[in-house]
Design a protein around this ligand. Structure first.
Ligand SMILES: [Zn+2]
Length: 143
């Protein structure tokens, strides 16, 4: 079964080398947001000849072609994920670095409303929330 990223590459007429194919496989199997080093580490397990430079170049290319999204979750590292058809935003746990995906219809609607008020039709946005887990007493207060 071809993955979403396979189809994106085909649609954008990208030539598929064997090394690119490995990187495509790594990205399509990732359910997190790996950085360049992590993509390289995973790619090396499949093909040990893939260099970090190749991974850099390929990720840059995929990014330019809007096949993958690049995120900066505040730790100075670029993280990547396949551009999904289902839009989501991210909550970053500052204490563990964990990235949680979420979708809020309320936030989506509010953003459209704000843009409209300023005379714009919204065509996209990027939203990152940063937080630390609630303490037990905070959690009790919230209930
Ligand atoms: Zn994500």
């Amino acid at each position: 079964v071809p993955s979403l990223i396979d189809e994106l590459c085909k649609k954008k007429h990208l030539k598929m080398t064997s090394q690119r194919r490995v990187i495509v496989q790594v990205l399509s199997e990732a359910d997190d947001h790996p950085d360049v080093e992590e993509v390289h580490r995973r790619a090396s397990l499949i093909n040990s000849k893939i260099s970090l430079a190749t991974v850099y170049r390929t990720l840059r290319l995929f990014q330019d072609k809007n096949i993958i999204d690049r995120h900066d979750f505040g730790d100075g590292r670029s993280r990547f994920e396949v551009e999904t058809s289902s839009h989501h935003d991210h909550l970053i746990d500052n204490s563990s670095g964990k990235v949680i995906e979420f979708h809020s219809d309320e936030i989506e609607a509010l953003q459209r409303k704000v843009a409209k008020k300023m005379g714009y039709r919204l065509v996209g946005h990027k939203l990152e929330l940063y937080g630390v887990p609630l303490s037990e007493s905070e959690e009790r207060k919230g209930k």
